[in-house]
Ligand binder design. Structure first.
Ligand SMILES: [Zn+2]
Length: 311
């Protein structure tokens, strides 16, 4: 199983175009741009030939172009990307679907509620229907295993995935009448990806309102978890928002009941723990910071664009 991090930042990327926080200002002053991050995007494959996108980031077009293994290989319209698995209807998770509108048949996996939001409330996503054959929307249900259709004919063990409800909320743009109809548990999911006896867990948005993710994360060879904010009041203290990290669906890394404490110490020989979806305000992005040191001392890795895993 191959996993590549095409983007590791939260919404806005790093640096964010309109942000003057300490991290963004510093990165703009560094001429090499080293440490820049695009918005969170993973791709996964069981053979290195056919790839499944985990979410579709607003940066997806440039992320695909910068990854040679995702270049088209044959014919006039071709791509090694066979599908997209959505973990929420957040703008950061779905905007990149519009980059995939170039008459390309694909399969989009989403919970029935996320599919309804995109299909019924947002006419713009109908551009995906003009492909021939059109994009196939496949419902995925909670706490079930699915087999990725792209992995069935290549002779390798199939890529399977399992959905885990994470207790998040639907995005603000969803209308009230539709929101009332949708089961809250389908709003934000984590996904377990498995091939043979190897397992990866991906949860870029952990609300902390559900604890189901912990066993999946701890039992995986690699888990990539929500590293959005260091403190609960990170955006409030910068004066850019009025809501806490928890109120917008992300448990902070630090503090009592933060992600680091909730995950707890890990035995030697356990899987790799990686923080992803890192907001540009998060002090862990500064490699000289005490917060960065604390995270690494606790055994966590910090995702970067281009990070690869082979299992
Ligand atoms: Zn910033």
């Amino acid at each position: 199983m191959y996993v590549t991090v095409l983007g590791s930042a939260a919404g806005g990327g790093f640096p964010q175009w309109n942000c003057t926080c300490r991290n963004c200002s510093h990165l703009r002053s560094v001429r090499t741009g080293e440490g820049a991050r695009s918005q969170a995007q993973l791709v996964i494959s069981c053979d290195g030939l056919q790839w499944l996108c985990l979410n579709a980031s607003p940066d997806l077009r440039s992320q695909i172009i910068s990854a040679p293994f995702l270049a088209p290989t044959r014919g006039t319209r071709a791509t090694p990307i066979t599908g997209v698995l959505l973990t929420s209807a957040d703008v950061d998770s779905v905007m990149g679907l519009l980059h995939l509108r170039e008459f390309q048949p694909l399969r989009v996996y989403a919970t029935p509620s996320v599919r309804r939001i995109l299909q019924e409330e947002n006419r713009i996503f109908r551009v995906l229907e003009r492909a021939n054959p059109p994009v196939i929307w496949q419902d995925i249900f909670l706490d079930q295993w699915f087999v990725s259709s792209s992995s069935l004919s290549n002779g390798k063990a199939p890529l399977r995935f399992h959905t885990v409800a994470l207790g998040g909320e639907y995005p603000d743009y969803v209308s009230e009448p539709l929101r009332r109809l949708l089961p809250p548990e389908e709003a934000v999911i984590g996904v377990v990806l498995a091939q043979a006896n190897k397992q990866v867990f991906y949860a870029p948005s952990l609300s902390g309102r559900s604890a189901h993710w912990k066993d999946w994360a701890r039992s995986s060879d690699v888990c990539l978890l929500d590293g959005t904010f260091w403190t609960d009041n990170e955006l409030i203290s910068l004066g850019v928002a009025s809501k806490t990290a928890r109120e917008i669906g992300h448990i902070p890394l630090s503090g009592s009941d933060g992600l680091l404490e909730q995950f707890g110490p890990v035995a030697r020989g356990s899987g790799r723990r990686v923080l992803i979806h890192i907001n540009n305000t998060n002090p862990i992005l500064d490699e000289e910071s005490p917060e960065n040191r604390e995270v690494r001392h606790a055994g966590w890795e910090i995702a970067y664009d281009g990070m690869e895993f082979e299992l």
